[in-house]
Design a protein around this ligand. Structure first.
Ligand SMILES: C[S@@+](CC[C@H](N)C(=O)[O-])C[C@H]1O[C@@H](n2cnc3c(N)ncnc32)[C@H](O)[C@@H]1O
Length: 228
């Protein structure tokens, strides 16, 4: 696929205060967990090499401190789990959790997610999730939001048939935007869903403390009829 442009890339925050433990993790554990992303497209062989085994590929983007990804990876030891984000303190936190719990089915890609999805071989992802992507609440900033038409098209392309997309947000108008853009993508079917098994994330906890309502969404990749 041709990489789509990612207009929100300029607004991503890579750096933040690192704890001593996170700094140590970035120094010592990056060779073990960070994926060396190629300039070329990435197919099943690339993930076989990266994880050292075959298995369903689950991607969590916007993983923050990685707690949800850790829980998912522990509950699905046969899955290959990839965290995609750009926030270095989060990389450190996730590496520390993986080291502590002896998790060996997680790797981290330091990348803006849309540009990565556009370089994946179509139909190679079994599950994709983004919990509480930045809400960009001001109307003039809505164009920076991750979940838009380009994202929906990229997700539909990289998911295998019956593969799933899971999203959560606590901004009502972002939930409406997600429902609208994903509803317009014929290869995805779904909508508002019951909360799946996942921990309360740090961003979610802040919203809940302010009385926000969380909306979970789930979609499935379906086969569409190609009329010639
Ligand atoms: C609001 S935080 C939520 C973090 C976590 N999921 C939680 O609920 O606590 C958003 C996260 O998404 C990441 N992020 C935002 N846009 C991204 C993009 N286009 N590609 C990769 N990561 C992105 C940020 O770096 C940050 O870690």
């Amino acid at each position: 696929m041709t990489p789509a442009t990612a207009p929100h890339r300029a607004y991503l925050r890579r750096r933040g205060r690192l704890t001593t433990a996170q700094a140590r993790a970035l120094d010592e554990l990056s060779p073990r967990y960070l994926v060396d992303l190629p300039d070329t497209d990435m197919g099943a062989d690339f993930w076989l090499d990266t994880f050292g085994r075959d298995g369903p590929l689950a991607i969590e983007t916007c993983f923050g401190n990685g707690a949800a990804l850790v829980q998912f990876a522990k509950s699905r030891p046969t899955w290959n789990c990839l965290g995609v984000d750009v926030y270095r303190p989060g990389f450190g936190a996730l590496m520390l959790a993986c080291e502590r719990d002896g998790i060996d089915n997680v790797h981290i890609a330091d990348s803006e997610v849309l540009s990565l999805l556009c370089r994946l071989e179509p139909g190679t992802v079994s599950r994709l999730s983004a919990l509480f992507p930045d809400p960009w609440p001001k109307k003039r900033h809505h164009k920076r939001r991750l979940v838009n038409g380009d994202f929906a098209a990229a997700v539909a392309a990289c998911l295998e048939v019956d593969g799933t997309l899971h999203l959560a947000t606590d901004w009502e108008d972002y939930a409406s935007q997600m429902i609208e853009v994903l509803g317009a993508e014929p290869r995805l079917e779904g909508g508002v869903a019951a909360r799946p098994e996942r921990p309360v994330t740090p961003f979610e906890a802040k919203g809940l403390a302010r009385g926000r309502r969380v909306v979970d969404l789930a979609y499935r990749r379906v086969v569409t009829l190609q009329l010639s």
